[in-house]
Design a protein around this ligand. Structure first.
Ligand code: GLN
Length: 480
């Protein structure tokens, strides 16, 4: 059962080949046997209850296409009555009193939550090594990282521990782990999916999306995740389309832009070869290719690594040991309570970013760092605006290399370089995808698609057409 896509599972449930209870039990068994550390919390009891309820709906012909499908929910989404840790010791004792809008939408679609997936602490990282709950292992090679920050979600889908997973992408955290684990991941346009109840990292960049085996599945999940939400002031009042409606459109005449800056120094040769082979496949399907330039993409890393820490230093200030979350033992006074609670419960990378952010926002440095970063952010967006005057979609690599060894990247700046191709889409607020496009060094390689604002439907169509011609998305790692 676990090799099936959502679309196939849905058919199987409808045809009574298996029940949601059987399917859910099957995934729970797989999770129990897995050594990947993909989950922080497994919600067995809740999952079985939801599966029973789903089976009743199926029996009484009240089911929708997602009824009874089991999934992994990134532990950054608040889930009422279930621990929501964001991968941090700070929230190890936090049982959310309410549901995030996304959690609510998934519940309303009668989906079955298997558990909360592992992640880098507060979504800060590119390797999932910053989790308080330990690293996640890449299912293709357990000595490698799965990518981050949605590493647990990516590993769970790749290892078929769940039919799909949710992720969030502030600077690449859906696309990069999707690429390194060989699955499909979609980061929608900023404002498409509600951020309400999604623990904030960098509010002007954060966006949630589906992590699935196929583009068709991503469309099915995006259909229920997206939509205007009055509880999120940055949520867009854009109509929700049926994202499955255009999957089968022909892509003849599509114009693909290849940014020359995405194929320069630092990109692994074999990764580049795979990406170019995928582009050739599109040409064979009737697309044309043009070189484009995103001249300011060199500033994506410095810009992002000012904007994101500034926003996180503000967002994480609420975690002070007073209201909820970790509190140090026997504080002497209020200052000691703040100081020790935060020192004891935040990990190193989170502290580093809070300090960088607080520094960059301080009077005297604000103009030199934060304001400057906001200006370069604008330039990066303008580059895309120009490029999209001539092309329909931009393609390139997701990550400069395949998955690297656990523990091998020790200095933070080298880790930030892993994000070089993903950050620009977040800074501009554009939708982006990673789709499986080959293997290098026996590890998966993803192809990145970046579209214009609100072009999710087009991206899914392009990805689906590619998946009709190739079988990279069907490859599965060995059991471990
Ligand atoms: N790797 C990036 C960071 O550490 C992106 C993380 C994300 O998208 N949440 O900030």
């Amino acid at each position: 059962m676990h090799t099936k896509t959502i679309a196939q599972l849905s058919q199987g449930l409808k045809d009574k080949e298996f029940s949601s209870v059987e399917l859910t039990q099957h995934y729970l068994n797989r999770i129990n046997q897995s050594q990947l550390n993909a989950f922080i919390t497994v919600t067995d009891d809740l999952a079985m209850k939801q599966a029973q309820a789903a089976d009743e709906k199926i029996a009484s012909n009240n089911a929708n296409i997602l009824t009874g499908i089991p999934y992994a929910h990134k532990d950054i989404f608040c889930t009422q009555g279930v621990k929501t840790s964001a991968g941090s010791k700070m929230l190890d004792n936090f049982i959310s009193p309410y549901d995030a809008t996304v959690s609510h939408q998934l519940n309303n679609a009668d989906l079955v939550m298997l558990g909360k997936s592992n992640m880098d602490e507060f979504a800060m990282g590119s390797s999932n090594e910053n989790s308080y709950y330990g690293s996640v292992k890449n299912p293709w090679d357990v000595t490698k990282i799965p990518g981050g920050s949605s590493g647990g979600s990516a590993a769970a889908v790749a290892a078929r521990l769940s039919a799909f997973a949710t992720g969030t992408d502030t600077g690449g955290s859906i696309r990069q782990p999707a690429s390194l684990c060989g699955i499909t991941g979609l980061k929608p346009t900023y404002g498409r999916v509600s951020r309400y109840g999604m623990i904030a990292y960098a509010s002007s960049l954060d966006q949630a999306g589906p992590m699935t085996q196929t583009a068709e599945d991503a469309a099915l999940v995006l259909n229920v995740m997206s939509g205007f939400d009055e509880k999120d002031s940055t949520s867009a009042e854009q109509d929700v389309q049926d994202y499955t409606a255009n999957l089968n459109d022909s892509i003849k005449g599509l114009t693909i832009g290849l940014p020359k800056e995405f194929f320069s120094e630092g990109l692994d040769n074999e990764v580049a070869d795979n990406v170019m082979a995928a582009v050739k496949e599109f040409e064979a399907m009737g697309a044309t290719v043009k070189e484009v330039s995103l001249p300011n993409s060199a500033y994506a890393i410095p810009t992002y690594y000012i904007v994101a820490p500034c926003e996180c230093s503000s967002n994480l200030s609420r975690l002070d040991g007073v209201r909820y979350g970790y509190r140090c033992e026997e504080p002497k006074d209020l200052e000691d309570l703040y100081l020790r609670s935060r020192s004891e419960a935040f990990g190193e990378e989170v502290k580093r970013r809070i300090m960088i952010g607080a520094y960059a926002l301080s009077a005297g440095y604000y103009d030199a760092f934060y304001l400057k970063a906001q200006k370069t952010r604008h330039l990066i967006s303008d580059d895309f605006k120009k490029a999209f005057e001539n092309v329909d979609v931009i393609m390139g690599p997701v990550s400069p290399t395949t998955a690297f060894d656990l523990g091998s990247v020790k200095d933070p700046v080298s880790m930030y370089l892993a994000d070089i191709y993903t950050l620009s889409a977040n800074l501009a607020g554009l939708p982006g995808m990673s789709i499986p496009a080959g293997f290098a060094q026996n590890l998966p390689v993803g192809l990145q698609l970046i579209g214009n604002y609100w072009s999710e439907s087009k991206l899914l169509n392009i990805a689906h057409q590619f998946q009709q011609q190739t079988d990279w998305h069907q490859k599965m790692p060995q059991e471990n």
